[in-house]
Design a protein around this ligand. Structure first.
Ligand SMILES: Cc1ncc(C[n+]2csc(CCOP(=O)(O)OP(=O)(O)O)c2C)c(N)n1
Ligand code: SF4
Length: 335
């Protein structure tokens, strides 16, 4: 009979066993104060950036508010993989809204909480709305702009995986130009998603001059957590846009999720910054500038730019977009 010694704890890994290490050596994952708001057991794909981003964002919101958060969640991958009826991975009060009305639902929750406070409720409960880029930049955009314009007391978090992933990888208004999706096939002289003027919702949020707007990626989770904490210091409308790579939709390996998020930032294709009341306050500096090819090449959704013919013309147009971001958001010097 074979004999396998039982290991109760594995210190030095990123698992819960890290709690046996001195506090300064523990990973973020293993901190005892973690709320584990989005807990294990959900059905996200391996390497899903959205699951990672949501776990860190909502835990940071819980930490900042002493566990007093209610979430409204648009239809999309995050909702579907976390709540297969009758199960849930959420350990926070959590409501599923429709695909397009999360901002309005969150506004309603915030209004109800305000009335409760007026009637003597002493606990200050905060509201977080969350959705994918389709639910945010497309169908939910009207509700979101209304929420900004009324300055409703809600933090809205968009998990941007560059497409409608839950329904089979269709294009959204956050899909980058030239990317192949199920609705923008890699055919014809201009293959993939057409070049347009783009729709970068953080800039539109900025134009509403709301108290706080920020972008983040899952490559820098400390920065992401700090931004959620900062957002919770404000009252009124706040917007956080997180780039969350999707291995299935992007055609990358699950272990490449963090690398892809980092390359999006380091090439300048995804600017990481924060703003208050309509003014940019800081930018996360590009530390090791990289050409856009380094980001595009590992992703199957851009494979048609490299074979059968190298499309230097299309790649140059994408590089121009990155260079414009670098200038506009001052990404080389940082702030
Ligand atoms: C009004 C309406 N139209 C379409 C759908 C189908 N639908 C559900 S989720 C989804 C896509 C979600 O995409 P996104 O918001 O980007 O989130 P992701 O799944 O990528 O995280 C669609 C089209 C729906 N539920 N309601
Ligand atoms: S399809 Fe993409 S966003 Fe959806 S669960 Fe899978 S990896 Fe995550």
């Amino acid at each position: 009979m074979s004999f396998q010694p039982i290991k109760f704890y594995q210190t030095g890994t990123f698992t819960v066993g890290n709690r046996l290490l001195p506090p300064e050596q523990r990973s973020v994952q293993a901190q005892v104060k973690r709320y584990n708001s989005l807990n294990s057991g959900h059905r996200a794909c391996q390497g899903c950036g959205e699951a990672l981003g949501a776990r860190y964002a909502i835990d940071a919101a819980m930490e900042a508010t002493n566990g007093r958060v209610i979430c409204a969640n648009a239809t999309g991958c995050l909702e579907v993989f976390s709540t297969p009826y009758p199960e849930t991975s959420w350990q926070v009060p959590w409501l599923h809204s429709l695909f397009g009305n999360t901002a309005a639902v969150a506004t309603g929750i915030a209004a109800a909480l305000k009335v409760k406070m007026q009637k003597g409720e002493r606990r200050h409960i905060r509201v977080v709305a969350q959705g994918g880029d389709g639910g945010t930049t497309d169908i939910g955009f009207g509700c979101l702009s209304g929420m900004f314009e009324r300055n409703d007391d809600v933090l809205y978090i968009c998990y941007d995986n560059n497409g409608y992933m839950n329904t089979g990888i269709q294009r959204s208004s956050a899909t980058p130009p030239a990317a192949r999706t199920a609705t923008t096939p890699a055919v014809g002289p201009e293959p993939g998603n057409p070049f347009g003027q783009g729709k970068f919702v953080p800039a539109i949020a900025l134009a509403h001059e709301i108290p706080y707007v920020a972008t983040a990626t899952v490559a820098d989770l400390r920065d992401l957590e700090a931004k959620v904490r900062r957002a919770m210091e404000f009252h009124g409308a706040r917007y956080l846009h997180i780039l969350v790579p999707c291995p299935l939709g992007w055609g990358t390996q699950p272990h490449e999720t963090i690398k892809m998020a980092r390359l999006a930032k380091e090439t300048g294709l995804f600017p990481v910054f924060e703003a208050e009341y309509g003014e940019q306050k800081s930018a996360l500096a590009i530390r090791h500038p990289r050409p856009v090819e380094d980001y595009l090449k590992p992703q199957k959704r851009f494979a048609h730019l490299f074979a059968p013919k190298l499309r230097t013309d299309v790649i140059a147009k994408l590089q121009a977009l990155a260079d414009r971001n670098i200038r506009k958001y001052r990404l080389l010097e940082g702030m």
